[in-house]
Design a protein around this ligand. Structure first.
Ligand code: GCB
Length: 595
């Protein structure tokens, strides 16, 4: 799906701000038709935001079920023959949208956009009502998966297998935009290098358009190439390459009859070859983090203030990359990464397809099986395939995205897991033949147990030697880590290895002469130990520690006010490790710069 971009044929209006809001744990709203009659007892709720931490009401914070949002909007006065589209950046986890009481769209999946053409339901210049029912319930057929239990008081309790709080609500901007009756609905840009030149292949979908043409504008807005037709290849002479740290962007300005759509893109190549990850033909070493969209009060909502500040912190550290763990991030974040030259591993919301894990490496208390008719099944796989397709459709033109991660830490050591993932690897490759595809492997599935890695291009590993195992014994941790890396190198020769998680929980301010677990000293020591081992293996081409910042989780005996593995606190104050790792990453960056 195309991002919303303003142009001479497209006007954009924001519906962000305060909406009416009401929780509906007993599902009254559908029976009483709140979408037509209005919310009986609304309170104010900001959009975008997770609703959970905004009020001081436990019923809102712990809601399992439906919440309703409603507001008035006004159709543009001079709509003429143009279409009016209502567009949501994301609603977590599923939404049904009504305009003046009539359902216009429903969408499952809490981290991807959706839209509806509402032209025929509105009158130019007149107000209309938008209502959204938001469902935060997770089941075995949602991503991420979960299941609901009823406690002794009859209250519904959401259980899940991933380690971040189940924040919900309208998490990204709600927009109205106009476009001509015949308009661009999709653009795909892929690029190659030919010596100093860039080759730009494009495909435009604009159903019914009689004339399609494109111009390539450089960063100064100067046209450097053009072509006609809905597909083609254009040569950009002496092209500026999009490079890590230098995010040069061109714009493919598409003209389809009356419609103009500006599609930003970068000229660069990505390839996996001989245990190396190549960007523009040069070995790239990933330095950075797994992250979360997570902030005090607003939860998982996007906001530009936090985004820009987080990128400043990452640059200060010398990081060059991150993974969008564990779901697709806001489109604004991808646009900004493109501009800033950050390298992204783009992940689906398939986290927790593994009943062996709940918030870390500890037991399966409910005796569940991951893959079965009652749990993760063929229907889940169909949903997963759709998520992969929607993610790639949204993010395919971002030069910052260099690899797709189709799942985080799924079960991958059983025959069932292979049967589940084999078709999904194909779905991803069919949707995008230009980028490597992989998934993130869990510690429970070392090379001798692993059944899926041969389907993928890069070995991504989350490892917690020194924390969940060998706790406090970094000598043993180091030995075990070294042996395991050697095992991967031997089992999958030629595949590069990226560490996508490692690090201990660390309580900011806890200092310890004896460097024991939870102290800031231990975080420094443990990260240092991992880095020592990485440096011994040429096949290790990246280190993304866990996590950029502390983040909120479900309550649990191994979580103290959330997960504390951040390099920064949840408020973005640095821990000691932030300075120590900065020295290493800045030194690496300087070395690369002098090459
Ligand atoms: C993992 C998960 C991540 C958790 C982390 C932890 O392996 O991928 O979501 O937060 O471990 O801290 O336990």
């Amino acid at each position: 799906m195309l991002s919303v971009r303003q142009s001479c044929s497209r006007d954009v209006y924001s519906l962000d701000g305060l909406w009416d809001f009401q929780i509906d744990p007993t599902d009254l709203g559908n029976t009483d038709r709140w979408f037509a009659t209005g919310l009986p007892a609304p309170r104010s709720m900001p959009v975008p935001a997770s609703y959970n931490d905004i009020t001081v009401d436990n019923a809102v914070h712990d809601l399992v079920g439906l919440a309703w949002y409603q507001r008035e909007a006004r159709a543009p006065r001079r709509l003429g023959s143009y279409r009016l589209i209502l567009r949501f950046g994301s609603v977590t986890h599923s939404a049904v949208v009504y305009v003046d009481g009539i359902e216009v769209v429903r969408h499952d999946g809490g981290y991807l956009p959706f839209e509806a053409d509402i032209t025929d339901l509105v009158t130019p210049g007149q107000p209309f009502t938008v209502t959204v029912s938001v469902d935060n319930r997770l089941s075995w057929q949602t991503l991420p998966p979960g299941f609901i239990q009823t406690d002794v008081s009859g209250r519904q309790v959401q259980r899940y297998f991933h380690d971040f709080y189940n924040y919900a609500g309208i998490h990204r901007s709600v927009l109205l935009y106009t476009r001509p009756p015949v308009s661009v609905v999709d653009v795909t840009v892929t690029t190659d290098l030919a010596g100093e030149d860039g080759l730009v292949r494009y495909r435009v979908e604009a159903p019914g358009a009689e004339q399609v043409s494109v111009r390539i504008l450089d960063q100064a807005g100067v046209a450097v190439a053009e072509a006609t037709g809905s597909t083609g290849e254009v040569r950009v002479r002496q092209a500026h390459r999009w490079q890590p740290g230098r995010g040069y962007l061109y714009t493919l300005e598409v003209q389809a009859d009356e419609d103009t759509y500006p599609q930003p893109f970068g000229i660069r190549t990505v390839e996996v070859k001989d245990s190396q990850f190549l960007i523009n033909g040069e070995p790239f070493y990933f330095r950075g983090y797994g992250r979360h969209e997570d902030n005090p009060i607003r939860g998982k909502a996007h906001d530009d203030v936090s985004m820009v500040h987080d990128f400043e912190l990452m640059k200060w550290q010398g990081a060059n990359s991150f993974r969008t763990s564990h779901y697709p991030y806001a489109e604004e974040v991808l646009d900004y990464a493109d501009r800033e030259g950050f390298v992204l591993i783009d992940e689906t919301a398939a986290v927790g397809l593994n009943v062996g894990l709940t918030g870390g490496l500890f037991g399966n208390q409910d005796q569940l099986v991951t893959f079965s008719e009652q749990t993760v099944n063929d229907r889940t796989r169909d949903v997963h395939a759709r998520h992969i397709q929607e993610l790639i459709a949204r993010d395919k033109n971002h030069p910052s995205v260099v690899m797709w991660s189709i799942a985080n830490e799924p079960e991958s050591s059983s025959e069932e897991s292979r049967a589940y993932f084999e078709p999904l690897a194909q779905v991803a490759r069919a949707a995008d033949p230009t980028r490597p595809v992989s998934y993130v492997n869990v510690m429970l599935s070392p090379p001798h147990l692993e059944k899926c890695m041969d389907l993928f291009d890069v070995i991504m590993l989350n490892r917690y030697y020194g924390w969940y195992v060998d706790t406090g014994n970094l000598a043993d941790a180091e030995a075990h880590l070294r042996t395991e890396v050697a095992g991967w190198v031997q089992a999958f020769p030629g595949k590069p290895i990226v560490f996508t998680e490692y690090g201990p929980d660390t309580l900011s301010g806890l200092r310890d002469l004896f460097h024991r677990p939870w102290s800031e000293e231990y975080q420094v020591d443990m990260l240092d130990m991992f880095h020592r081992v990485f440096d011994e293996f040429d096949q290790v081409v990246g280190e993304q520690m866990w996590n950029f910042a502390d983040f909120q989780t479900a309550p649990g005996i191994i979580r103290v006010g959330g997960n504390k593995k951040g390099m920064f606190t949840r408020e973005r104050e640095p821990k000691a490790a932030a300075y120590a790792v900065r020295q290493r990453w800045q030194a690496q960056a300087r070395k690369e710069g002098s090459r």
